[in-house]
Design a protein around this ligand. Structure first.
Ligand SMILES: NC(=O)c1ccc[n+]([C@@H]2O[C@H](COP(=O)([O-])OP(=O)(O)OC[C@H]3O[C@@H](n4cnc5c(N)ncnc54)[C@H](O)[C@@H]3O)[C@@H](O)[C@H]2O)c1
Ligand SMILES: *[C@@H]1O[C@H](CO)[C@@H](O)[C@H](O)[C@H]1NC(C)=O
Ligand SMILES: *[C@@H]1O[C@H](CO)[C@@H](O)[C@H](O)[C@H]1NC(C)=O
Length: 370
């Protein structure tokens, strides 16, 4: 039986998810929900049923098994709660919420016993990027030995036009702008995916390059990270320097940001293990395999890991959602993982302000329980 899936929010990204649902024979697109006047036309282009509101959808004969929520950030929590209350599994676009408080309230709501059978996933689809899949499998098969440290970069240059209305909120810290919540959040989620939870951060702010006012959002920082596993990391983030060393330029995943002209040359992540180290996106592994011993006095052995299939991350994410709903997989990015990325971003901002290390409780709901 195919899974009935509704898309909630038909702006930029909703129709892309709809295409994945249509193209997978395990899923059936049952409806599209969007209160905007353009919603009905989008639904008819997708040859699906149209509803103004989630409430109307839930009361209809097209009630779905699962929904993908692609609405503006501040509506994620209320829309997800309404769907869960209606017995619908939810894949929620990132970020999980616009504030930590509402994010925590969603997790508590989703974990209530009467809803414990329902799945809540967060759409950090980069986890399904081929470079990330390659890196994760290198780590999971122990090919680097015990992971010791990670060194990451997200550096590039954003032009003035990016901060012009209607994007002027991006220059404002209080309106959710700045490189930490907008960009670093993705790298934090990837590091969580690869190494598990971050439990302590320290941060030093970069020299501001843009005029204030109007710019009061963060431009960058040098970070020190400690993971619960004992892995340590450093990470440099800055959106005011011309540089190819970032996920988008390195992998070419975002059509608006051209891939590096040097191809794999623009590295953005290096991982160090007890047996080998690895760099991304060139997927090069450095070891002493085949040598008499591990020693700096021998030449390193260099291998390149092949990229896996180039299946679209949105298609893989949908297939994973189906598997989770059917009970054959556990969520790659759960609601808790989505919230954890936001909590670490907030900790980074606090560390930048105070100059002090900030500890993060592995139990995310600890604060609201106490
Ligand atoms: N994973 C990704 O690559 C990716 C890319 C873009 C956006 N996103 C995320 O997806 C979300 C949507 O982004 P977008 O760029 O498509 O935004 P958008 O503004 O283009 O579209 C949002 C749509 O939601 C509709 N909407 C608002 N309230 C609604 C409600 N209560 N019920 C149903 N529909 C409602 C709006 O009318 C609009 O059509 C954001 O949270 C964003 O962070 C993710
Ligand atoms: C919220 O959603 C938009 C897409 O509409 C995205 O570009 C932005 O980064 C998100 N905001 C935050 C603070 O994460
Ligand atoms: C559709 O989803 C199923 C379930 O996860 C998966 O096995 C299959 O490969 C997917 N099909 C496509 C075309 O992505």
């Amino acid at each position: 039986m195919s899974l009935k899936v509704a898309i909630v929010g038909a702006g930029l990204i909703g129709p892309r998810h709809a295409q994945s649902v249509i193209s997978n024979s395990s899923t059936e697109l049952t409806a599209l929900v969007d209160p905007a006047p353009t919603g009905e036309a989008t639904a008819s282009q997708l040859k699906t049923n149209y509803y103004h509101t989630v409430a109307a959808l839930l009361a209809s004969t097209h009630r779905p098994d699962a929904a993908i929520v692609c609405t503006p950030n501040h509506t994620h929590v209320p829309v997800a709660k309404e769907l869960l209350a209606g017995g619908v599994h939810v894949l929620l676009e990132k970020p999980v919420s616009d504030t930590l408080e509402t994010g925590r309230s969603l997790l508590e709501f989703a974990q209530a016993p009467e809803r414990a059978h329902l799945k809540l996933l967060v759409g950090h689809h980069r986890r399904f990027n081929p470079y990330v899949r390659a890196t994760k499998s290198v780590l999971d098969r122990g090919s680097l030995g015990r992971p010791i440290a990670v060194n990451g970069l997200w550096t590039l240059y954003k032009p003035d036009a990016y901060f012009a209305p209607p994007g002027d909120w991006r220059a404002s810290r209080t309106r959710g702008g700045g490189v930490i919540p907008i960009n670093l959040v993705h790298d934090i989620d990837l590091m969580h995916h690869l190494f598990g939870p971050i439990v302590r951060v320290q941060a030093e702010r970069t020299l501001p390059q843009r005029p204030s006012p109007p710019h009061d959002a963060d431009e960058g920082a040098a970070l020190t990270l400690r993971f619960a596993s004992g892995v340590v990391g450093t990470f440099l983030v800055c959106d005011a320097t011309p540089s190819p060393h970032n996920f988008e330029t390195g992998t070419g995943e975002n059509p608006l940001i051209p891939r590096s002209p040097t191809g794999d040359g623009s590295d953005f992540c290096r991982i160090f293990g007890s047996d080998a180290s690895f760099s991304v996106p060139d997927l090069t592994r450095w070891s002493y395999d085949g040598r008499l011993e591990k020693s700096w006095s021998h030449p390193l052995t260099v291998d390149t890991i092949p990229l896996p299939d180039d299946a679209a991350p949105f298609d893989l994410q949908l297939a994973h959602f189906v598997d989770v709903v059917r009970g054959t997989a556990t969520p790659s990015c759960s609601g808790e993982d989505g919230l954890r990325a936001l909590i670490v971003c907030e900790a980074v901002q606090k560390a930048m302000q105070t100059g002090q290390p900030v500890e993060i409780d592995v139990d995310l709901l600890a604060q609201s329980k106490s």
